[in-house]
Design a binder for this molecule. Structure first.
Ligand code: T1G
Length: 707
């Protein structure tokens, strides 16, 4: 085994071994997933140049060590200066392609980004059955920057290449075979690659335009029009299309143009935001409150209490993951109704061609109805999703306490009630945790894992490790009114309602928030969730917390009392045509708002888009700062993930706290002080932590890192 070491870091990341048949196997080895560091770029290029000059070598196989082929460029090096003399990855790709021996990629695992680009520099490619291949750079706010935009289309054709590059998805080995990215799927890709390396001549992909053909006028512009709605705001995806469009140029010029676009993307706010989310996704489950070596209980059998909209959706998540789940309802009739909703949900997905009938049948077979608590006795986790009433929840948990096996996790899906109080209704509060799913529970990816004062490390760990197993992002938080997401949402909604009393209209506020990147504004969201639901939540909070002596808007209550409950009644803040979800402003609502201003003695004024944006989002940041200071949220990344996965905060802005760091906490403070002084002294007093971070000229990220 010949090992080349890196002059700077003494890191061995490219190993070679010679086979008796004259094939040299080059293994890239940078655990855990062979990310391409600058050391690897240099060693890969040097290794290929050595092979080129070594006549004893008859053929080359290039493969990855461990579970991955190559995970692409090392993301941790982004934003850092390139070590002197370290070649670009493009140079490495060309050193592979220009080798005078046949080089075959044995794709033994994930070949992502630069990893696939290296494979595309090889003359042929074979993959193991579990390999995944793709150019996911746009998920990092950048584009393939090592000839990928010029190579992939030469194998798959333009449309399939654009679909892969713009989606950022990895495809399976089977799909890669269909697309022509690989020659074959082999159980032992290295053996298969060695045979090809000895049997076939080098074939340079960059010289093969046969798959490109005649490009229709406007092809790329039409493609960008087609993706505009789905990917609005994700600028790198549109730049990736522009880079692919350079394919009409001679290859070397096109690669230079691609590199220019790639460099342009590296320093954008979108790139910083998307990298933040990439790493945050992987940090979420490593919550500082749970010791690293804490064992997680297995979740092989689940149960859900209540089969309403939430309970049914929660049960579907387990069935989707192949985990048997028992659903308990108070009566056969309620159970049948609930199971019918689940069946209809699946049938809808089948009719849209996104689920096969047999998959639906398999999932339905995993869901068992029950009418007796005794049937929950052997569940590893029971998730309560009954009516949002503390007395009912206490009674339910008291019964669960007497029925469920030792070690079972007793979870509540409450969104507003005190998890500690619920836990104290049992003899095992250490086994109780909040699992706050977001509606619709089978669609929204977020679960707020609410750790009670007595929740044990094992219970917390079990819930955190369960989340990804059922396709969710579990984010831990502490107990308070509204936990993290809704507590911040209250501040955002409050200001939105004040703004329409002061002069804006719902459609103004919603437009600004939509343009910012949210899926919809607060009033359209109110109509979707239900104006009646909002009204009941407000009444419950008043019952629980009492009326504040601070200013509250009453316009939403007025809308409720008009019987305008939202989409469900085809009228709420807006009107909705039959079968349409498009909100249409309503003159009666406008008149009601204007009258509310008059009754309040407010002279309506023009409210600027900037004020709308700042008055809605800066209080969100401000509440986030309070949640961090109180320890309800342990890290800014937890708040960012909650808002991205629970409320659709645009990933390309990184979440509210990352975005605050980007625009500057000092700027947020200055604006909040302005609005507190001029618009709303009740609710806009800047948080102490915001003042501290702004005053020190630092960021929430740095504050958290220093803790
Ligand atoms: N750089 C640095 N670290 C990486 C990494 C990367 N590219 N990929 C993964 N990691 C870390 C990850 O943070 C985690 O660390 C550990 O490896 C295991 O990851 C020129 C410029 C490859 C499909 O976008 O999609 O190439 O949390 O849990 O589930 O055009 O990792 O354990 O400390 O995700 O087996 C493009 C990103 C880069 C791929 C494997 N590449 N990675 O999934 O492991 S830009 C990507 C993934 C680029 C070129 C451009 C996945 C995976 P920790 P994991 P996995």
């Amino acid at each position: 085994m010949i090992q080349t070491t890196d002059p700077e870091t003494e890191t061995v990341v490219v190993e070679t071994r010679d086979r008796p048949d004259g094939v040299r196997v080059v293994t890239l080895n940078n655990p855990p997933v062979n990310a391409i560091s600058s050391a690897m770029r240099r060693q890969l290029r040097d290794t290929m140049l050595e092979i080129d000059a070594d006549d004893s070598v008859k053929g080359v196989v290039l493969t990855g060590a461990g579970r991955a082929f190559i995970a692409g460029a090392d993301i941790r090096e982004f934003g850092k200066p390139n070590p002197p003399g370290a070649p670009s990855l493009t140079a490495g790709v060309h050193a592979v392609e220009d080798c005078n021996k046949t080089v075959v990629a044995a794709v033994n695992g994930a070949a992502a980004g630069g990893g696939l680009e290296v494979a595309l520099g090889c003359h042929y490619r074979v993959a193991g059955p579990k390999a995944r291949l793709g150019l996911p750079e746009v998920n990092l706010g950048t584009i393939p920057g090592a000839t990928g935009t010029q190579r992939l289309p030469r194998l798959t054709g333009l449309k399939s290449a654009l679909d892969m590059i713009v989606s950022g998805d990895l495809v399976s080995a089977a799909r890669a075979l269909e697309l022509g990215i690989i020659e074959a799927i082999e159980d032992d890709p290295v053996e298969a690659a060695a045979a090809i390396a000895l049997a076939r001549p080098p074939k340079k992909l960059r010289e093969d335009d046969s798959k490109i053909g005649e490009i229709p006028d406007g092809f790329f512009d039409d493609y960008k029009k087609g993706m505009a709605r789905r990917w609005r705001g994700f600028e790198a995806r549109f730049k990736a299309v522009d880079a692919v469009a350079k394919i009409v140029l001679p290859y070397d010029e096109a690669v230079e143009a691609e590199r220019a676009v790639f460099r342009e993307c590296q320093g954008t706010p979108e790139a910083r935001a998307m990298r933040h989310v990439f790493f945050s996704d992987r940090q979420a489950a490593r919550h500082p409150s749970i010791p690293k070596d804490t064992p997680a209980g297995t979740v092989e059998k689940a149960a859900v209490l209540g089969c309403g909209t939430m309970g049914g959706g929660i049960a579907m998540n387990f069935a989707n993951a192949g985990i048997p789940v028992t659903v308990l309802e108070t009566s056969e009739e309620a159970l049948e109704r609930g199971l019918g909703i689940i069946r209809d949900n699946y049938a809808g997905t089948v009719s849209r061609g996104r689920l096969s009938q047999e998959a639906m049948d398999r999932r339905m077979a995993l869901i068992t109805g029950a009418s007796d608590y005794a049937e929950l006795a052997d569940a590893d986790i029971v998730i309560e999703a009954v009516f949002e009433n503390m007395d009912i929840k206490k009674q339910v948990f008291g019964t669960l306490d007497s029925v469920c096996k030792d070690g079972a996790v007793l979870a509540t899906n409450t969104s507003t009630l005190d998890v500690d109080e619920i836990a104290d209704a049992t003899s095992r509060p250490e086994a109780v945790v909040g699992t706050h799913f977001f509606s619709p529970a089978n669609v929204m990816r977020l679960i707020e894992i609410v750790r009670g004062a007595k929740t044990s490390d094992e219970t917390a760990q079990t819930a955190m490790k369960m989340a990804p197993k059922i396709g969710k992002v579990g984010v831990m938080c502490g107990v308070c009114d509204g936990f993290v997401g809704n507590r911040m949402l209250y501040q955002y909604s409050r200001q939105a309602n004040f703004l329409i009393e002061e002069g804006a209209l719902p459609q103004d506020v919603d437009r600004v928030m939509f343009e910012f990147g949210l899926p919809m504004g607060p009033f359209a969201m109110g109509d979707l969730a239900g104006v009646d639901v909002g009204y009941l939540v407000r009444q419950e909070r008043i019952k629980k917390l009492g009326r504040t002596n601070k200013r509250e808007s009453t316009v939403a209550d007025k809308i409720y009392h008009l019987g305008r409950y939202g989409q469900k009644t085809r009228k709420g803040w807006y009107d909705y045509e039959p079968g349409s979800r498009t909100p249409k402003p309503n003159a009666e609502v406008t008149a009601l708002i204007e009258k509310a201003s008059a009754d309040l003695g407010i002279e309506r004024r023009d409210v600027s888009d900037d004020e709308i944006l700042e008055r809605c989002l800066y209080p969100l940041i401000n509440e986030g700062a309070k949640l961090l200071a109180e320890g309800i949220a342990a890290r800014p990344l937890d708040i960012d993930l909650i808002w991205i996965y629970g409320y659709g905060f645009p990933r390309y802005r990184g979440g509210p706290m990352h975005w605050a760091d980007e625009i500057g906490p000092a700027h947020v403070l200055e604006r909040l002080e302005h609005y507190a002084a001029t618009r709303d002294s009740d609710w806009l007093e800047p948080a102490t932590l915001l003042r501290e971070v702004a005053g020190q000229g630092t960021t929430f990220r740095e504050w958290a890192a220093a803790r």
